[in-house]
Ligand binder design. Structure first.
Ligand code: ARG
Length: 574
């Protein structure tokens, strides 16, 4: 049972009686009491009466409803403090302890959610922007799938466009064997680029090659495909290293939509949504203006007849909502593309490709900065290679799970919209809001169970094998003899935090904000550490020891599941 909603229900009639209409009880867990409601403050403004007076009136009226459930008291300027009875807390906790899903129900109305994430570019090294998209997108995919939604992962690979003329031509010049000539993707790309910029003959060949490629010339296509395949292998290696659930079947690059682009133009034209501007075909969605109030164009077809990034995204959105039946479309792409997506969504909406009930959301994120507060660059001023970054973290942490976990957690633990500084010292610290801190907290609980011997079997508590495909943590529930109970204040605080898991997961997935879950896990680890400091577990008498082991087991399970949903491994020993 959800304590928060239970308390809301009990408080609602009293609030309604005082207000004369239904009022949101706004019950939240609080550092000042178990739970707190600020509803009287809002009501006081509405009724023009002193807030403490309102709070006292509500408290008096609610007392009967709350009997046996919680104590109610007026506090501060007019808050209501709610202190849940030990009995109710214990009962709620025991319910949680035998629930394999830790109180998180499967969505009553599952939706098909299409998540566009990672989206690196072929023949180019992934950079830190792709790192963020990959990590955030994967956390969202994991959470939404666990909540029972039907998640479709889409890796919108940049695998098409003018650079491929030069890349294919360069591949031919180097013997045509991608595996041999492109061990270093960046070097390959840069060599092609240099030739393109300095060699007239090469430039002409590259331009002709684009035309050949786009008109389906078999040899050109074959060479292009080897390039794409080579890059895909490289990206899959990175995903595996990162523990990201994107697989070979999730690649759906820009090239997939090429055959739809003429139809996109035709449909938009029929609906009167296209305007010619300097030879280009543009859509001008309402409400988008640049400086001086000039309407902003979304260029659907360029003056030379070619299609670009926007056209492909229009075809992709039509495919995702139409063919794939997506009901919620997420695009995990950096903040700079915010206007692009807002315009694509507006045009798709106007064209009828995004019907009512289908949402499209740009899940933007900030940049990773260097110590100087500017975009992360190498000392030589180049963009930082992802692999180098991961290598360094793993080296410094001297274990892949810790190093990778630290990078991922640092990316997920702050509001995604903000920038953050890439600082390995901070990320790898074992204190503070870091991945290693949470991994340590989990490992520490596992060691308590190792010391406790056979009760309960530590493996039964901590084993979280992946079953049923990519995303089901197998949760083992607590053993008899270890039913948790709460008496001490530190036990109560831990219990209330444990009961907040559902709210944290739901908020993180619903608002596409993984940091809500990360912050929760950090709070949980802290609540456990206070509990462990104040309440002896192994040295306690048999009853208390069982109960406290039960609390520890539930904490371990919650930490492990939460970290799993963020995509972070939690080893039993560090
Ligand atoms: N390849 C793009 C880039 O590197 C990201 C693709 C994002 N997804 C999309 N549907 N446009 O910036």
């Amino acid at each position: 049972m959800n304590l928060e909603s239970l308390l809301q229900d009990r408080l609602a009639p009293a609030l309604e009686a005082v207000a004369g209409h239904p009022v949101d009880p706004a019950v939240r867990s609080s550092p000042h009491a178990d739970f707190q409601s600020g509803a009287p403050l809002a009501l006081a403004r509405e009724l023009g009466r002193p807030p403490r007076e309102i709070a006292a009136e509500v408290a008096a009226l609610a007392e009967a409803e709350l009997a046996g459930v919680a104590e109610i008291a007026v506090s501060g300027p007019g808050f209501l403090n709610l202190t849940v009875s030990d009995k109710l807390l214990t009962a709620s906790l025991r319910e949680l302890a035998i629930d394999g899903r830790l109180g998180v129900p499967v969505a009553a109305a599952p939706r098909r959610v299409v998540i566009d994430y990672s989206g690196p570019n072929v023949a180019k090294e992934m950079h830190v922007g792709h790192l963020r998209s990959t990590i955030i997108g994967d956390a969202l995919a994991r959470m939404l799938a666990w909540l029972g939604h039907d998640v479709v992962r889409v890796n919108h690979l940049g695998d098409w466009g003018t650079p491929f003329g030069m890349l294919v031509e360069h591949l031919l010049d180097s013997g045509g064997d991608a595996e041999h000539s492109i061990s270093d993707l960046t070097a390959f790309y840069q060599a092609a680029r240099v030739k393109f910029d300095t060699d007239d003959d090469f430039r002409t060949r590259a331009r002709l090659r684009v035309v050949a490629l786009q008109s389906g010339d078999p040899r050109s296509r074959e060479l292009w495909r080897t390039l794409v395949a080579q890059s895909e292998r490289y990206f899959l290696d990175v995903y595996e290293r990162l523990g990201v659930t994107l697989g070979p079947d999730d690649f759906a690059g820009e090239s997939r939509y090429q055959d739809d682009l003429d139809a996109i133009v035709a449909e938009l034209g029929e609906k009167g949504l296209l305007t010619e501007s300097d030879g280009a075909l543009c859509a001008f969605p309402a409400g988008f203006t640049g400086r001086d109030g000039v309407p902003l164009p979304l260029i659907v077809r360029k003056a030379d007849g070619g299609y670009g990034y926007a056209a492909t995204d229009l075809a992709a959105i039509r495919h995702r909502a139409g063919t794939l039946g997506g009901q919620r479309l997420l695009y995990v792409v950096g903040n700079p593309q915010q206007v692009h997506f807002a315009m694509v969504f507006a045009v798709a909406r106007a064209a009828g490709w995004l019907p009512d009930g289908v949402s499209a959301e740009h899940i933007g994120f900030g940049s990773i900065l260097g110590a100087d507060g500017k975009m992360l660059k190498t000392r030589a001023g180049d963009t930082v290679k992802l692999a180098a970054l991961l290598d360094e973290a793993v080296l410094r942490a001297s274990a892949p799970t810790i190093g990778i976990g630290a990078i991922k957690y640092a990316d997920l633990s702050g509001d995604r919209r903000g920038d953050y500084v890439f600082d390995l010292d901070r990320m790898l610290a074992i204190t503070g809001n870091t991945g290693p801190y949470l991994q340590m907290a989990y490992a520490r609980i596992c060691s308590i169970f190792r010391k406790a011997g056979s009760e309960p079997d530590p493996a039964a508590v901590t084993e979280q094998a992946l079953t049923a495909g990519r995303l089901e943590p197998a949760l083992t529930v607590a053993r008899p003899g270890c039913e948790p109970a709460v008496v001490e204040p530190a036990e109560r605080a831990l219990a209330i935090t444990l009961l907040g898991f559902e709210a944290a997961v739901t908020a993180a997935a619903g608002q596409a904000e993984p940091h809500r879950l990360a912050v929760y896990l950090h709070d949980l680890a802290q609540a456990f550490s206070v509990f462990y400091e104040r309440c002896p577990v192994l040295r306690a008498g048999p009853d208390v020891r069982g109960s406290r082991l039960g609390l520890a087991a539930l904490t371990a399970r919650t930490l492990h599941t939460g970290l799993f949903l963020l995509g972070i491994a939690a080893p039993e020993e560090i």
